[in-house]
Design a protein around this ligand. Sequence first.
Ligand code: MYA
Length: 338
Amino acid sequence: MKFEHVSVLGVAHVEAPIRVTSAALADRLLPTLERLGIRPDLLEMVSGIVARRFWPEDVQPSDAATMAANKVIEMTGVDAKRLGALVSTSVCKDYIEPSVACLVHGNLGLSPDCMNFDLGNACLAFLDGMDVVGNMIERGQIDYGIVVDGEGSRMPIERTIERLLDENADDAQFREEFATLTLGSGAVAMVLCRSELEPEAHSFSGAVRLAATEHNRLCLGQPDRMITDTRRLLAAGLELAKRTWDKAVHELEWTLDRFDVLAIHQVSRVHTEQLVQTIGLELDQVVRIYPEYGNVGPASVPIALALAVEEGRIKKGDRVGLLGIGSGLNCAMAELVW
Ligand code: MYA
């Protein structure tokens, strides 16, 4: 899918304020690690994740997403009355209903004409939200739209630690719950717009996607528990990512040296290095936020983008690749020209 009229006006993230190190989690798990003969530094050593963030207990996903939305609205100067769609892509939710999107819409006091809904597709949902809003802009339905995401990993990690400290927890349970300990918290929001209205905005030129739903049971998440077959997920994810890249080469004429910066879904050091190697990319093109933030689900790719912009790593005219993947498995890759 190629867009001709869609741009990103701005992206902003809000950092969850409590930094929790992998060493601190390992300390709490020490009785189990010792009992099962697992080395205490396993989490940080194998995943490369040094820390992740938590929100204070009373911060809900919609509160976090609202903070990020307010920040991007102020940063871009967009007239909030002109937003025609608000899409929330949070995996974490305040309630099963109503949607996170309607809570954020109400908090922001957006127009009654601004369509709002949640879009769920695991860690890939933010890229899907960009696609949906992009399509609405491209076909002339709206001029501006906003995608928001607020994630909180505190509850699943706390519950996982409680379960793993049970004296009946065995090695198999530790392995299937291990990935939960890599999750992080954060919030992010992006305003998309009709390119002709905002000449300084950054072109969203196109995207490709592929599904591999034969792998739809490799990572099963509930609010307080995530079960992951880490080894098979890594292999299947890399294979799907490679096929999605090849599709972009075919449909969007991508080349290995096309991108100045790559914002990819952040899982671990192993995933990042093997992705780069599998496709044939360069590691120094990749923005790496997993060491300090862990895996922030669908917020990972846009937070990596926002941090790279903040740090001056992305300059005007740079080509930025957004490479996303989510449990299911679904993969999407998109291009921005900054
Ligand atoms: S779902 C979230 C998925 N997240 C994770 O899987 C994060 C955690 N996983 C990892 O960090 C790696 O997979 C590990 C394997 C390190 C586990 N429990 O050589 P190895 C030990 C406990 O076999 P690798 C999502 O985000 C093992 O005994 N320990 O490891 C959406 C050994 O220890 P020792 C474990 O294969 C979808 C050591 O680790 C476990 O290199 C994402 C090394 O073992 C375990 N489960 O890595 C889709 N497993 O040395 C995938 C191993 O003491 C995306 N160990 O013997 C892929 C592409 C990414 C981006 C794509 C963008 C397009």
